[in-house]
Write a protein that binds this ligand. Sequence first.
Ligand SMILES: *Cc1c(COP(=O)(O)O)cnc(C)c1O
Length: 233
Amino acid sequence: MKLQVDIAKNLAEVRGKIAKAAERAGRDPDDVTLVTVTKTRSLGEIEAAIEAGARDLGENYVQEMEEKAGALPAELRWHAIGHLQTNKVRKIAGFVNLVHSVDSLRLAREIAKRAEAAGRQVGILLQVNLSGEESKSGIEEADQVAELARDMADLAHAPLAGLMTMPPWSEDPEDNRRYFRALRELRDRLVDDAVPAEKLRHLSMGMTGDFEVAVEEGATLVRVGTAIFGPRQ
Ligand SMILES: *Cc1c(COP(=O)(O)O)cnc(C)c1O
């Protein structure tokens, strides 16, 4: 017997859970975008998700993203969610919409430069490491986030659009609530501290194990793979 994952049904379930979590928090479900994480998934699997309405796709690796973007419809929105090397930026600058994982001015400047050369804008989220885990990339100090946000003010082709975080893996999603809340509070402090609110409108947080908690805490982008496609090989 072949195990068939019902991608359309899974997507509908995830959307339903996002909507319920938003309502619990008194938020508009339309303010949350589901980023369907397609790393390691085949074109056939991704096409099934697109058929079921997925438009925002997240990839970790540049080469995989490049190949898939070339083979799939142009109207999709691509999100770079993994650690991005400066020397790979030019490969995706022509089509990527949002880079979630920026942690240095050098990388932000490279994205701006390559986006300008491609005649486009690529949005940027600053990745914040709130747990101090050494294995995770991201900026650890709030002061540094503020400084970077200010230094990025003149990057017209790589506008700052918000913050991203990735808590440590945990069995219990409630364990991660404090990190999601901390990211929202950091955003609020930065806005009070004169970073324009529209530069920080997005909070990218929550994955398969904890996206409902993240939405309750204010996520505007959730990055979900396993709950849609099943376990990765
Ligand atoms: C793989 C990945 C996800 C999705 O993880 P799932 O647990 O499969 O939902 C989200 N964000 C990042 C940065 C990832 O690398």
